[in-house]
Design a protein around this ligand. Structure first.
Ligand code: BV8
Ligand code: ZN
Length: 242
């Protein structure tokens, strides 16, 4: 029995089937059914750790080994995870649409693994390491990492290639995602609590541009009363939306 009223699903299907340009924003909820814990939901990562203790440059400067132990643990979790039907449904949608932009807050790499192409990594990538001294970047998928914290050939500390609180997003990322949201025939907001900015602002960009917004989330968010909100799991609802 699906909790989503059929008329909402029918309306969402009509919008998506007519769309030739789609923009999508995903959050950790889309990877929940792949076994990757979310941040704020029940059993979420932030429940056991405080973001200001771990996802900030100050935390990393204060205790790089502690921050790396958390990221190395998460890399281990994600390494075992596979894309779920929601990730695959977005790959199918991308192939059907003339224009398709997927902006994700996730750093787990599951969208790329599923085959999504026009991908904007708003918060970076768990598998990329970046040297705080010389800026060198490299991909390193070893789990666990042999030494924590890992060091660059130049001797500098390597940090996770992700965006921490207080850090700006990758150059041009939010601008490209905003342009896609403002010019799409619809914006899908999937599996995000819409708590983190500026990513969460993409919903407003779409609404301000008169672009219909469809939300897929088992829980209500600040957007739920203002958009077409489908209450349910992405792995179940996205394939039904196709
Ligand atoms: C910046 C690190 C300033 C990587 C993360 C206004 C404008 C700009 C900034 C701010 C602003 N207001 C406040 C700020 C500061 C801050 C911020 O937003 N704070 C919040 C907490 C108030 N923003 C920043 O610091 C950003 N930087 O703009 O700096 C600046 C500006 C200009 C120039 C220089 C500097 C940086 C933000 C990035 C922070 N990094 N993580 C990592 O380790 O992962 S954020 C962290 O939260 C994750 O990256 C995650 O992606 C992100 C968002 O969380 P969600 O993905 O939404 O996950 P969550 O658990 O919250 O929700 C999951 C949802 O899924 C739930 O709703 C649940 O119901 C649902 N769900 C569960 N199961 C399912 C499901 N949905 C569907 N299906 C299911 N099965
Ligand atoms: Zn270096």
């Amino acid at each position: 029995m699906c909790a989503v009223a059929n008329d909402a699903m029918e309306r969402a299907r009509a919008i998506v089937s007519r769309a030739s340009a789609l923009a999508v924003l995903t959050g950790s909820g889309i990877s929940a059914e792949s076994g990757v814990p979310t941040f704020r939901g029940a059993g979420g990562l932030w429940r056991t750790f405080r973001p200001e203790d771990l996802a900030t440059t100050q935390a990393f400067e204060r205790d790089p080994k502690l921050v790396w132990e958390w990221y190395d643990w998460r890399r281990g979790l994600v390494a075992a995870a596979q894309p779920n039907p929601a990730h695959h449904a977005l790959v199918t949608l991308e192939r059907r649409c003339r224009e398709f932009t997927l902006a994700t807050q996730n750093v787990d790499g599951l969208h790329a693994l599923a085959g999504s192409r026009n991908l904007i990594l708003l918060h970076g990538d768990l598998w990329t390491l970046r040297c705080v001294t010389c800026g060198a970047k490299r991909e390193d998928r070893r789990v666990p990492l042999p030494v924590l914290p890992p060091r660059c050939v130049c001797g500098g500390l390597l940090r996770p290639g992700v965006v921490w609180f207080g850090e700006s997003l990758p150059e041009g990322a939010i601008e490209r995602a905003s342009a896609a949201a403002a010019n799409a025939d619809a914006l899908l907001m999937i599996g995000t609590s819409a708590a983190v900015w500026p990513a969460a602002g993409l919903g407003e960009v779409a609404l301000d541009a008169g672009v219909p917004v469809i939300e897929i989330n088992p829980e209500p968010t600040v957007y739920s009363d203002h958009v077409l909100s489908l209450a349910g799991r992405a792995g179940e609802l996205l394939p039904r939306l196709l």
